[in-house]
Design a protein around this ligand. Structure first.
Ligand code: GUN
Ligand code: FE
Length: 428
């Protein structure tokens, strides 16, 4: 089939900019090109070279546009799309007042499909090509998201959210139905097209020990699946958990006891960690997901990026829609920068972009498929306009290097900065 050649600036990672100086972590072409064939990136290089080697390719010229891997949002709740930006509560009453009533509506497949489609279109408009999402307790909410992703050819990770206590009637399953329904969904969907199933106990406060145990058993039977949950988001939440699980050494232990700690575990927030928790998470290689707009919006706290990276943790970045206040990974990178500043750790633009692509893809164990602009990867791309508004172009026109030209877009860019998105080798 005829390949496509995208022309523009190109940005690829060759190493982790938290581990080596950023100059050694990035490959950049000012007049670059990306060759796409059969849904994959076939080559990345200089425009002149790739044009000469591929004279029959269809050429699309993005000029000064920056072509890079599409953004990977490692922790979202698509069912919270319609109640994002709800005012003024801390975590537990925010869940009770806004989140749970909205999640009840996903008993309807029609409603779930409508929101799922809108959600995927919204995130695509912001340059996001893969999400790892919670659904609701309703199996139809999972089918709806996977079906909408399938229609778009999109890679997605998701699972049925399991809760059997401390939630309203109508939003609870049991240990047994959570196990049975999760297993059925997993068997129906995991590995179909670009879909991965994630076993999803919401968090310890909404699962009985029996349900956590059932989730642990299911994970042990399907160790190639991810398991996603929340960990140590707010201090009052932690006190509540420790009261509920008097034998637990700490919050993480409420998962560990039930077989819910592992390399393919994804722990959202992970802000207020004890030394033991940090050591165990590091030992297992589990994924920690930083949700900076959510952590400031709900008033949860400041993630220790510098400390956790120095210890070698596996960290991804996420919006946490709708606890987070934005669908945009650009805004999320800006928030990660601001949180870093409050901890006296100004993250470099290369580190922010790495977290939003490679870091998140690695936390999802998908970094062999997505999250970088490199030959052999799936062709999920975003093309950024680095002069999308007057304010940004005025600033970036004075840029003296690549990073000065990109940083204003990270800090001030919105969906206008998204010039194009490619999903699975097709313009989306
Ligand atoms: N902890 C348990 N459920 C949720 C949720 O939906 N959002 C956030 N931010 N934290 C949670
Ligand atoms: Fe969350």
């Amino acid at each position: 089939r005829q390949p496509t050649l995208l022309l523009g600036q190109t940005l690829s990672f060759t190493a982790n900019p938290f581990e080596v100086p950023f100059e050694d972590a990035v490959s950049h072409e000012t007049v670059g090109a990306v060759l796409i064939r059969d849904g994959q990136i076939a080559a990345v290089g200089q425009a002149e070279t790739l044009r000469a080697l591929n004279p029959t390719a269809k050429v699309i010229d993005y000029g000064k546009g920056l072509i890079m891997a599409g953004f990977v949002d490692a922790h979202v709740h698509y069912p919270q799309t319609a109640m994002i930006a709800s005012w003024g509560k801390r975590l537990i009453d925010w869940l009770n007042s806004y989140t749970f009533p909205e999640e009840m509506r996903f008993a309807s497949k029609t409603y779930a499909a409508d929101i799922a489609g809108r959600y995927l279109d919204l995130t695509k408009a912001h340059g996001t090509t893969t999400v790892a999402s919670y659904c609701t307790i309703h199996p139809v909410s999972v089918d709806a998201l996977f079906e909408e992703a399938q229609k778009r050819g999109q890679r997605v990770v998701a699972g049925k959210t399991c809760m059997d206590r401390n939630a309203p009637e109508g939003l609870m399953d049991t240990a047994q139905t959570a196990y049975d329904q999760s297993k059925q969904l997993l068997q129906a969907w995991h590995g179909v097209d670009r879909i991965s199933y994630a076993i999803t106990p919401r968090f310890s406060p909404t699962s009985t020990p029996e349900q956590l145990d059932a989730m642990g058993a299911l994970w042990a039977e399907h160790p190639d699946c991810l398991m996603q949950t929340h960990l140590s988001e707010q201090t009052d939440e932690i006190d509540w958990v420790l009261g509920m699980f008097p034998d637990a050494r700490d919050y993480l232990d409420t998962y560990e006891k039930f077989g819910l700690l592992g390399e393919r575990g994804l722990y959202g927030h992970a802000i207020h960690l004890t030394d033991r928790e940090r050591a165990r998470l590091k030992e297992t290689g589990a994924g920690l997901v930083h949700c900076p707009t959510s952590n400031t919006f709900i008033g949860s706290g400041l993630f220790d990026m510098q400390g956790l990276m120095a210890e070698g943790h596996n960290v991804g970045l996420a919006t946490d829609t709708g606890g987070g206040s934005s669908f945009s990974m650009l805004r999320t990178m800006a928030a990660a920068y601001e949180v870093g500043q409050l901890r006296h750790n100004p993250l470099h633009a290369s580190q922010l972009l790495w977290l939003a692509t490679q870091g998140s893809a690695r936390s999802l164990h998908l970094d062999d498929k997505i999250g970088n602009l490199a030959a052999g990867m799936e062709a999920d791309l975003v093309v950024l306009d680095l002069a999308s508004t007057d304010a940004i172009s005025q600033r970036s026109s004075r840029a003296e290097d690549l990073w000065e030209s990109i940083f204003p877009t990270i800090m001030m860019g919105d969906d206008r900065a998204i010039r194009a998105v490619w999903i699975n080798g097709k313009a989306a």
